[in-house]
Ligand binder design. Structure first.
Ligand code: PHE
Length: 447
């Protein structure tokens, strides 16, 4: 089985693909907004500490499980312990839920990138533009289908020729584009105030809420607890150091999030509307930012570059989601990659339709008071992901024991410097924190 599995051909290919999964919409719109809201520098600090302890340990665990077993998330738990086969189910379900609606948002981003590139900035700056666009029927579905098709095209060609190649091209472009925009932003008149706000810790804003927000963001941003890193780990060359790779992926993920803050927050101050920071989610990226660009000298070009970059980031993330889903079906039913890929693409199109239509034609339909997209997002990120992460920690901490992961990390003569930290986090700290995130996410406790 293991021999037939495709592999990343190089260390850097693996790291770029995993980083490509991690760096996505979460880094570019979610992180800057959270950082601003939760006290700027203090949020950064907390996030960083959590990334190198909590995020680090979970990612090590997932990648090591994947490489050790050589199978994707749905099978890996069962291979290690028969009784824990059910745990794979969580890992498999989460990406199946996320892929369709993530692609709906990916479609919006594609539309914005194309609109900016073709000189349509002025329309996007109009208050009614975004609402008008997403409430349409055929247009959002067209962009959604296009985004899904592009994702499928890469996954279709497999790990080495598709994902690895695409990541090797897209990730460096992403870095160059984001640094360029950040530098541009910092040189705008009045940007210094925003940079101060973002970078200098405001200790009065520290609360347990800061920690929880940072932790929730960390999960999403590092693509943890949904079988993605298990699947990518299963493709990882045996002699590559897991510890070093995880460090590098983290630097990538946190680095891009940090730079996204520099891209977005200072110009908001420069244009003089700090209240934009309060507008989380779609608002900030699709409504406020185009306004911002329309005030900037050369905004048309900066905006085009920006949305192109977000498009690349979203694409590499959706590739990882689709690859995970495809590998689940391939492993489970023994289907061929190409057939599976087409089936998953068509299936995701159908499952994603309600998320797309939920802002227009099906606006009246609510599940638990949420529109379709929010509902899928909530079920995946606030319910299933914490459960999946909790199960992973208990599984590693108490069933297969940290030692088995440590052995895998240390195989082929590699070192594992943070071995002790890993064991303590996975056994004690992470499970407790995850339960807290879960209970706050569900609104059961308030911190
Ligand atoms: N990590 C991605 C981001 O930051 C989001 C993502 C979530 C990707 C789940 C894959 C799976 O946007």
């Amino acid at each position: 089985m293991e021999n037939q599995r495709s592999n990343f051909s190089s260390k850097i290919g693996f790291i770029l693909a995993a980083a490509g999964s991690a760096v996505g919409l979460g880094n570019i719109w979610r992180f800057p907004y959270l950082a601003a809201k939760y006290g700027g520098g203090i949020f950064l600090l907390v996030y960083l500490i959590l990334a190198v302890t909590f995020g680090f340990s979970l990612m090590i665990a997932e990648i090591a499980i994947g490489r050790k077993t050589g199978v994707s998330g749905i099978e890996a738990f069962g291979v290690l312990s028969k009784k824990w086969k059910f745990a794979g189910l969580f890992a498999a379900i989460v990406p199946i839920i996320i892929l369709p609606y993530y692609s709906v948002i990916g479609g919006w981003v594609t539309k914005y990138a194309v609109t900016f590139i073709t000189g349509g900035m002025a329309q996007t700056a109009d208050d009614a533009f975004f609402g008008g666009f997403i409430s349409g029927t055929s247009e959002p579905i067209f962009w959604f289908a296009l985004f899904l098709l592009l994702t499928a095209a890469v996954v279709f060609f497999g790990v080495e020729k598709g994902i690895e190649k695409a990541s090797k091209i897209l990730m460096p472009i992403l870095i160059i584009l984001s640094v360029t925009i950040a530098v541009y932003s910092l040189f705008m008149d009045g940007a210094a105030e925003g940079a101060k706000y973002y970078l200098i810790p405001d200790f009065s804003k520290f609360s347990s809420g800061t920690v929880l927000a940072a932790m929730g963001q960390l999960f999403y941003s590092m693509s943890l607890a949904m079988g993605i890193m298990i699947t990518y780990g299963s493709y990882m060359p045996k002699d590559t150091s897991i510890e070093k790779s995880v460090r590098q992926i983290e630097i990538f993920d946190t680095g891009i999030a940090f730079i996204a803050g520099l891209m977005i927050i200072p110009p908001i101050f420069a244009v003089g509307t700090p209240d934009m920071l309060e507008k989380a989610g779609p608002g900030l990226m699709f409504v406020s930012l185009p306004k911002l660009f329309s005030h900037m000298a050369g905004g048309q070009i900066v905006g085009a570059v920006f949305f192109l970059m977000v498009f690349f980031a979203a694409l590499t993330s959706s590739i990882s989601l689709m690859e995970t889903v495809v590998s689940v079906f391939m492993d489970k039913f023994g289907w061929k990659r190409k057939t599976t890929c087409l089936t998953v693409a068509v299936g995701s199109l159908l499952v994603g339709l309600p998320s797309s239509l939920g802002f227009g034609l099906w606006k009246g339909i609510k599940i638990l008071g949420m529109d379709f997209l929010d509902f899928f997002d909530f079920s995946a990120n606030s319910v299933l992901m914490p459960i999946g992460a909790f199960i992973t920690c208990i599984f590693v901490g108490y069933v297969i024991k940290p030692a088995s992961i440590i052995d895998e990390v240390k195989s082929y003569g590699n070192s594992f410097k943070a071995e002790k930290l890993f064991s303590v986090v996975i056994k004690f700290i992470a499970p407790v924190c995850i339960v807290l995130i879960f209970l706050t996410g569900m609104g059961i406790i308030k911190l």
